[in-house]
Design a protein around this ligand. Structure first.
Ligand code: GLN
Length: 542
């Protein structure tokens, strides 16, 4: 039977519960334990797929095509194991299944209530991975902050589970903020005390308190938190602001978060943590041989979380190559034909980001043209690939009004068009082409050089596709469709001959990049940008 660690948050949102949960999971995995990690989100959407990135950050897509919270991306990147539909549950999903059961007569004769019906459904979901017998420990992150009305049923379900399962099989790690008041020159423990009290009111006593802090947690502060919150002093853990999220597992190791959890769960069968590869990765991050600048062109660039997986993919692949990638965020709405050269002047490469809708599209097209003509390494992801195709159609094929029907329903040249199976779909939620599909790669091609394989699997999330009616024409003019879906023949990769590195992919390579397994496409792209930097340097010496 699996044991359960719940991670709750108090005082404030954005304290990094996902990173703490992923770090703890990493340490337990490094000690030889089989760990799964899941997230329960209190919002009523069935999934974040219909939310704007400004609301929710990036939507992370799993192998089996679930649109999930971006914390699942952290779990995968840290643990190097894929997650699935089962790893992310929302209030919307819980209510939907309870209401479906009610309509089907499952509760005939009964009033359907939050307790016990909603909490029973939550408990069932909480234990799905645990009952699979594949894992010794299940870490469950409860989204939101304790005390929020909407997270109450999750906290109550957690309390019931703790009571139902054998003593010591469930523990609760509570993450709080210990603010530093500059004027007083002190760390303040009162918000933590209050947040633990809020948790106590729901009948849950946290076993471990992780304190997010800017300053060192002194012994006095630890004693204060321990005594007022009724935990042992060794169960008060300092989580100081770190230079990089990837430092956090090692910081938690120093604070013995993993050991305390294992003791409390009564698990004694574990090994010394094997973190050699992780430490090597950190060394590489901090000691680059080369620094390059890559422009990230998108319309959500104000919000870091909107392109989380892309930014992390640069870190993973950069570290593997001893290269630090400085990402220059460029707002696509601010780019025009006349300022594009200036905007791209110092860049060693450009990535056009995924996205939806019309806003900023002209800026992206201007960038795609500039990098194609000026031999700047280019990677287009999903909408970024579609933009590259539109630009090529307009400026090389001379189809001046070519567009995607997503932006222009009546274009005479719909070079990007709705996929056939999408044409009859009206439901917005969960209805895109999502999840992992196999792409066949042409050999020889740039794509083959990058992947060194004729068959790859990457994850997707889109409704529109390259319109094969234009394939012959673009290929005649030097754009190659070097990757096609193995079953449907959809164009998945385009590239340009006679260019050092120009590639667009309909899928999202960033979703499979992990610390241990950087994306091959990002590796290839960063290498090409490094070469461009050296060429630029040589030119400036001439
Ligand atoms: N909006 C485009 C489509 O639906 C691209 C999607 C994306 O970039 N994820 O096909």
């Amino acid at each position: 039977m699996s044991k359960y660690i719940f991670v709750t948050g108090g005082v404030s949102s954005s304290l990094g519960k996902g990173i703490i949960a992923a770090s703890l999971a990493k340490l337990l995995q490094a000690r030889g334990l089989k760990v799964a990690i899941q997230k329960f989100d209190p919002y009523i959407n069935i999934d974040p797929g219909t939310m704007n990135p400004y609301e929710h950050g990036e939507c992370f897509v799993t192998e089996d095509g679930a649109e999930t919270d971006l914390d699942l991306g952290h779990y995968e990147r840290f643990l190097n194991t894929p997650t699935s539909k089962a790893n992310n549950v929302t209030t919307g999903m819980i209510y939907q299944s309870v209401i479906d059961k009610e309509r089907n007569g499952f509760f005939l004769g009964k009033t359907v209530q939050v307790i016990p019906h909603i909490t029973d459904e939550i408990k069932n979901r909480m234990q799905i991975l645990g009952k699979s017998n594949d894992f010794e420990i299940i870490i469950t992150e409860i989204g939101g902050t304790v005390g929020d009305i909407e997270s109450l049923p999750f906290v109550e379900a957690m309390r019931q589970l703790e009571w139902e399962l054998p003593e010591g099989d469930v523990i609760v790690v509570h993450l709080t903020l210990v603010p530093y008041l500059k004027s007083a020159g002190e760390l303040k423990t009162k918000p933590t005390q209050h947040s633990v009290k809020t948790l106590l009111q729901t009948g849950v006593h946290p076993n471990i308190i992780v304190c997010r802090t800017e300053e060192e947690l002194t012994n006095d502060v630890r004693i204060k938190i321990a005594s007022f919150c009724n935990v042992k002093i060794e169960a008060v853990i300092e989580a100081r602001d770190a230079k990089s999220i990837y430092e956090v597992p090692l910081n938690m190791l120093d604070e013995k978060l993993d050991i305390i959890c294992l003791q409390k769960l009564g698990i004694s069968n574990y090994q010394n943590p094997d973190l050699d590869k992780w430490k090597q990765f950190l060394y590489q991050i901090h000691n680059p041989n080369l620094i390059i600048k890559i422009g990230l062109i998108g319309k959500y660039v104000e919000l870091q979380d909107a392109y989380k997986s892309i930014l992390e993919s640069f870190v993973h692949a950069g570290a593997a190559l001893g290269t630090r990638v400085e990402v220059v965020s460029i707002h696509s709405e601010k780019i025009t034909e006349s300022n594009v050269a200036q905007a791209c002047k110092d860049l060693h490469g450009v990535l056009i980001a995924p996205g939806f809708g019309e806003r900023g599209i002209d800026g992206k097209i201007a960038v795609a043209k500039y990098v194609r003509e000026n031999h700047v390494p280019f990677l287009g992801i999903c909408l970024g690939m579609q933009v590259a195709v539109i630009e090529f159609a307009r400026n090389v094929l001379g189809l001046k009004q070519a567009h995607s029907t997503e932006m222009d329903k009546i274009t005479p040249d719909p070079i990007i068009d709705l996929m056939e199976e999408q044409k009859s779909i009206v439901m917005k939620g969960g209805s895109m082409r999502k999840g992992a599909f196999i792409t066949q790669i042409l050999n020889p091609s740039l794509a083959f050089d990058i992947y060194q394989s004729e068959s790859i699997s990457e994850r997707h999330r889109h409704r529109y596709e390259f319109n094969n009616a234009y394939l012959k024409r673009i290929e005649e003019k030097g754009m190659l469709a070097s990757g096609r879906d193995s079953k449907t023949n959809l164009v998945e990769i385009i590239e340009i001959k006679n260019h050092p590195f120009y590639i667009g992919v309909q899928y999202h390579p960033e979703l499979k990049s992990t610390v241990e397994n950087p994306s091959k496409l990002f590796l290839g792209f960063i290498k090409a940008c490094g070469i461009k930097k050296n060429i630029d340097k040589d030119k400036s010496l001439e």
